[in-house]
Design a protein around this ligand. Structure first.
Ligand code: ACO
Length: 322
């Protein structure tokens, strides 16, 4: 069988850090509230003019260097984002040109916070089919561009960042299974109310903002992820005990803890970056993966369960041997 295997990871964060104490200065919140409800201590915020594509490019260059792959060798770039630089060309095309990989296929996937895991699932199929040999998969966001900084219910939750992996075909696993799902019936619980076709509004930030029913999202996320990890284990023919590391979407520590409990995993086998990065949407899983690899936690040969849940709703997972 042909598997796709991760041969390099990379990530990038904006320099500027906004702590909970910084937020306390301009919005009615507290470090204590944010930490106990979410686990977040700080987030990185893109500088003025710094785009999703800038972060994606930096993460991609690091992943290519780690993989020992030249940009000119790439035959596919798939980029998960819900905050693209432009409506078009896709951010994948912008990054492709800046890398010097012109000519290869390149496109974005919008699955909100599940964007990277969706992109990984897509890339895996291209490799398994024999269509692609060297694939760059990126998750990149500047979610803070959507945030209304006067709305405490949402502004404390999000941050900016990007992560990337390089995949190639291998006779050895590799990605064992990916599971992708969506239910557009949950649109009202988590969405941005404006856009090109629906129109913008004469409101701050042209009406671009995050509308979220936090408590409802929380409940559905926990329940859905519970079922998703069961489905993923079954698809891969594995059991809870076979998983070395859980690398979850970093939205809320309490959601992460619930998933770990479902898997009978202690928190020392779970990669947590939400305290440092907050919710970077599509950026969160590849950022956490790159952190786990570079810190020496994740070792070659270990089994990793990646999962994410986000607006749509969308939810997705990948079980792989690193
Ligand atoms: N600081 C202080 N108080 C706040 C803040 C804040 N930043 N935000 C809300 N509050 C208040 C509320 O006004 C409310 O006050 P009230 O009881 O007087 O009405 C109180 O805190 C409790 O609010 P809840 O929303 O019930 O708090 P909850 O415990 O549900 O926590 C949270 C809110 C953190 C948003 C939680 O519901 C959550 O994490 N939900 C999931 C959201 C999520 O993960 N979204 C992203 C997932 S998908 C994706 O990644 C896009």
């Amino acid at each position: 069988a042909i598997y796709s295997r991760i041969i390099g990871t990379g990530s990038a964060l904006p320099e500027r850090v906004l702590t909970n104490a910084d937020l306390e200065k301009f919005v009615d919140t507290s470090d204590e509230w944010i930490r106990t409800r979410t686990g977040i201590r700080q987030r990185h915020v893109a500088a003025e003019g710094q785009t999703t594509g800038d972060l994606a490019l930096a993460a991609a260059e690091r992943a290519l260097a780690a993989a020992g792959v030249k940009a000119s060798e790439l035959d596919l770039i798939v980029l998960g984002t819900t905050t693209p630089d432009l409506v078009f060309p896709s951010t994948a095309c912008l990054v492709q040109h800046r890398l010097g990989a012109n000519g290869c296929a390149a496109f974005d996937v919008n699955a909100a916070c599940s964007g990277f895991v969706y992109a990984l699932g897509v890339a895996d199929k291209f490799i398994r089919s024999g269509q692609s040999k060297k694939v760059l998969v990126i998750g990149a966001e500047t979610l803070t561009r959507m945030v209304d900084w006067s709305e405490r219910e949402t502004c404390v939750l999000f941050g900016d960042g990007a992560g990337a992996v390089v995949l190639e075909p291998s006779g050895e696993p590799g990605i064992y299974a990916t599971c992708l799902h969506a239910d557009g019936g949950f649109k009202e619980l988590l969405y941005n109310p404006v856009g090109v076709s629906a129109g913008f509004r004469d409101e701050p930030n042209h009406g671009v903002r995050i509308r979220m029913a936090g408590r409802e999202v929380f409940k559905v996320a926990v329940k859905t992820l519970d079922a998703l990890v069961g489905e993923t284990l079954e698809a891969a023919g594995m059991h809870e005990a076979d998983i070395d590391w859980l690398i979850p979407h970093q939205a809320n520590l309490r959601i992460i803890e619930a998933t770990a409990k479902r898997l009978n995993m202690s928190m020392d086998r779970v990669i947590v970056t939400v305290d440092q990065h907050a919710n970077t949407s599509s950026g969160s899983v590849p950022l956490a993966l790159d952190y786990a690899v570079r810190s020496g936690k994740v070792q070659r040969g270990q089994n990793l369960l990646l999962e994410a849940f986000g607006g749509g709703f969308t939810w997705a997972s990948a079980l792989l041997r690193y």
